[in-house]
Structures are given as C-alpha cells and as structure tokens.
Design a protein around this ligand. Structure first.
Ligand code: GAP
Length: 454
C-alpha cells in the first residue's frame, strides 16, 4: 500500500495565513528552532539559543550569503576576525562618542526605557490613580558592551565587544588587499557576532543584545560610489527575493538626511513586513571615506591607495551591505509560516521554507516499524548528501504533519509495496502531491529538486 492519500489544502489568502508572532514563537521553542537563553534560570533578556533545527536554518542562510557574496565573485574576499579589537578602534569609529540611544527612567516605578519607545513601558504600577509614569529628562546611554582583558584585574584594561563586525574589516583592509592582491574596486566580507546593550530588546530575536551580522565593505574610487551603491542595493534585493520574500513584504526605504548615521553619506534600508510591522533587515550604506580616514588618523598607518589613472593617492570610499542573520531567520520563519485548512476540515501548520534553507531536507518514514531496516539503509544513503531525519513512530499522517511544521520539503515513505516494486513514495510538502520513485533513483530525484535553481 502506498502512503496515505491526503486532502489537498484550500487556497488560503496570504493575509489569513500570515501568522501572529505568538504562534511563531511557540513553534520555535516547541520544535527546537529558537528559545530564550538560560531558560532554566528564567531566561536572560535579549539573548537567544538556536536549537537543533534553528542552527541548521541559520547555517544554511549564512552559507547561502557566503556563496552569493564571496564565493561567486572574484572581487570579494572573506575574513573571520576576533570579536574584541583594540579599544582605540571604537574611539576612531565614533562608537565611544556617538553610539547611544536616549534613555529615561520613571521616578516612581524605576522602569527604564528608550525615550523614543515609551509605549514599551505600559502603565506605571507605582502611580495608582493616574498610572502615568513620572519620566526623568532623556539622557544618552552608550550601547557598547564592555569587558576586561588581562589575568590580573588591577592590570586589566577595558575593551568592548564589537557593536558591528565591519570595523575589523577596515583594520584589516591593507593586509587583505596586499595578501589577496586585490585592486580597487573590491570588497571584504565577514559573518560574525555583534553585541549591543539594547535598552529594550523586543519582538523575539528582532532586537537582541547578542546577534549575528553578515557584512560586506566594498572599497571604490570616489567617482564610482553611486554606481556601486546601486549595484549592491540591487544584488541584495535579489538575495532577499531568493529567500522567498515577495514584493508585498519587501521594500526599500531610503534614509532621510536627518536619519543618517554619523558615518553615512547615503543609506537605504531593506525592510520586511513582520507581523509587528515594517522593519529593517538590512542596511545599504555609503560610508564615504570616514572609516579608513579615521583609522589612518588614530593608528598612524597610511590606508590610502594609488590612483592608477593619474598617479596620486586617495582614500577609497566604502559601500556597505549589512544584514542581520537573526532578523533574516525571523523573517524567513514569519514568511514561511502558514496555517492551511484542508478539504477534510483538518488544519495543518506548514513552514514553506525555501528547500535549500530547510533544516531537514528529507524525512525517511517507514510505514510500519517492521520496515525499519531497509528504511534505515535508505536514510543512511541519502544522509551522505542531504540533511535527513528518520522517524518510524506513530501514524503516517501525523508524521507528515510534524515534518510540514518544520518545513521539510520531502518525505520519503518506505511501504510494504517497496519490498516488491523497489519503489518509495515521495511526498512534496507544499502541494502534498505523492509520487512513486524507484529506490535507486530517489537520490537524484531529490538532488534535482533540492539543488536545482541558480
Ligand atoms: N555596520 C553597519 C551596521 O551595523 P546597523 O543598521 O546598525 O548597521 C545592520 O545594523 C543590521 O544588523 C540591521 O539591519 C539588523 O539586521 C542587524 N541588527 C542591528 N541591531 C540588531 C539587534 N539589536 N538585534 C538583531 N539584529 C540587529
């Protein structure tokens, strides 16, 4: 007997299937994607742990970014720098002076919030009658996280956990250019952790205190900065579309002059429509020559280059693309989550993740436990190529639902007929269509579907 025939889903409107955050947060914890760090101690605000499925999703996303931004180009080099840089780095970059948010305290209940996010505070518990907070005037709060370096505390010096990954790229600019024998225009890319002592972490992983960034600093001649800004904006938009973000959930928002960061000459945010509204997932910035000039000044090292066209020296301009890996994972989960009414009245939750990013690419499911041995053999063969999950417990319909819920694109069912016709049933996640495929051909069947594309 082939695996259960299922009732196909009715076409749900995109709005109806666009989930609320609570459901996504609950699924993430229940199925092992993401949960609060130090959960057994009651959690720690603004820090998150990625579980067995979450780490796969995140790694797949980082690998795709690295593939598109570094490997497929001969004008981009990758690095992996230390998290802690020389403390002068952050003076030169302007972070010690400028990297702050406005903060207010309530004199009555002692609640502390960002002055531009007062709504996060809710009513004041200490002022019954009015329930309005008694705010202090706003003051600046620096978001850099500090630590001490050195074995003896009295000799220790204060250092900062990096607030953005790009500063080391500027420090390493000369070394990379010379060792990789690159000429302007070229870029340096890095993926890594960044830390910000956010006053109000919120919206699940969206605003965290520890997060990952994937950044590219692309060094160009001053006459070409607009051209490269447009180039990278288009490249990055194409990447987000490849993640499956459609036009109605993805937009570009150019910054107003009064919004620009201290280093930026021009900037555009790529925004995604989360269940809590339009929010930035990536920034494209024209940073000018601010960083290289400042690090030259503070280090005393010349970071200028020779202009090939007319023999003079200049400091390259920087076009930056900076995407949050955690925010992109969250956008992927929000975009993928759907609740579908099936024709038999049942409802299924399905994560329509792009196949190449799905944490499990294929699940091997023997129809009955006694078919376990050949099914295990099939799973072992597929595992050499794909991320495979094996499950023999429970009714087949329920096992399909469990795989739908974590976004597994294909389920491969080994049934009693498989013993005689040497075929298996392959079920596709979105259409729930089932097809008989020869056991010998199932690897290339999946390869075509999972590794096809660009
Ligand atoms: N080097 C430029 C830079 O760091 P940014 O706009 O401050 O620019 C870039 O950050 C990206 O990093 C953002 O678009 C966002 O995706 C991510 N990001 C920033 N702060 C974050 C936070 N507190 N939690 C999670 N992601 C964050």
């Amino acid at each position: 007997m082939a695996a259960d025939a299922e009732q196909s889903p009715s076409a749900a409107s995109p709005a109806a299937s666009y989930a609320k955050m609570d459901e996504i947060v609950s699924l993430c914890a229940r199925r092992g994607f993401i949960w609060q760090s130090s959960e057994i101690y009651g959690g720690i605000n603004g820090f998150w742990d990625y579980g067995p499925l979450g780490v796969e999703l995140k790694n797949n996303l980082k690998a795709l970014w690295w593939q598109r931004v570094v490997r497929e180009r001969d004008d981009v080099e990758g690095i992996d720098s230390s998290i802690i840089a020389h403390p002068r780095t952050w003076e030169a970059s302007g972070h010690v002076e400028h990297f702050s948010d406005p903060l207010v305290d309530c004199r009555a209940c002692k609640r502390r919030v960002r002055a531009d996010q007062l709504e996060d505070a809710g009513p004041c518990p200490a002022r019954q009658g009015t329930s309005e907070h008694d705010w202090t005037p706003a003051r600046s709060f620096n978001l850099m996280l500090r630590t001490q370096i050195g074995a003896q505390e009295e000799l220790a010096s204060t250092a900062f956990l990096r607030a953005e990954t790009c500063q080391s790229i500027f420090l390493d600019f000369k070394r990379v250019r010379e060792s990789a024998r690159q000429k302007i225009p070229f870029g340096i890319a890095q993926i890594g952790k960044a830390f910000r002592n956010e006053i109000n972490p919120r919206n699940f992983t969206f605003r965290s205190r520890e997060f990952e960034q994937a950044e590219l600093e692309f060094f160009v001649h001053p006459s070409e900065r607009e051209k490269w800004f447009e180039h990278w904006l288009a490249e990055r938009l194409a990447f987000h579309r490849e993640l499956g973000f459609r036009g109605d959930r993805l937009r570009v928002r150019p910054h107003r002059p009064d919004e620009l960061a201290h280093y930026a000459r021009a900037a555009s945010d790529i925004e995604f429509l989360f269940p809590f509204g339009w929010q930035e997932i990536e920034g494209i910035h024209d940073r000018g020559d601010w960083d290289l000039r400042r690090h030259s000044e503070y280090s005393g090292k010349d970071l200028s280059v020779t202009d090939e066209a007319n023999p003079s020296r200049y400091t390259p301009m920087v076009i930056e693309t900076s995407v949050g890996i955690d925010r992109s994972c969250l956008a992927l989960l929000c975009n993928a989550y759907a609740e579908e009414k099936l024709a038999d009245g049942d409802t299924r939750v399905v994560l329509r993740l792009p196949s190449r990013l799905a944490p499990v690419q294929a699940a091997v499911l023997p129809l009955a436990k006694k078919l376990g041995e050949p099914a295990q053999r099939l799973a072992a063969a597929l595992r050499r190529r794909f991320a495979v999950f094996y499950d023999e417990a429970g009714n087949i319909g329920r096992r399909y639902r469990r795989q739908d819920e974590v976004g597994t694109p294909y389920c491969v069912t080994y049934d009693f007929e498989s013993e005689t016709d040497a075929k298996v049933t392959v079920r596709e996640r979105d259409s729930m269509a089932q097809e008989r495929v020869s056991q010998d051909g199932v690897l290339s069947y999946l390869q075509d579907r999972l590794e096809g594309g660009r």
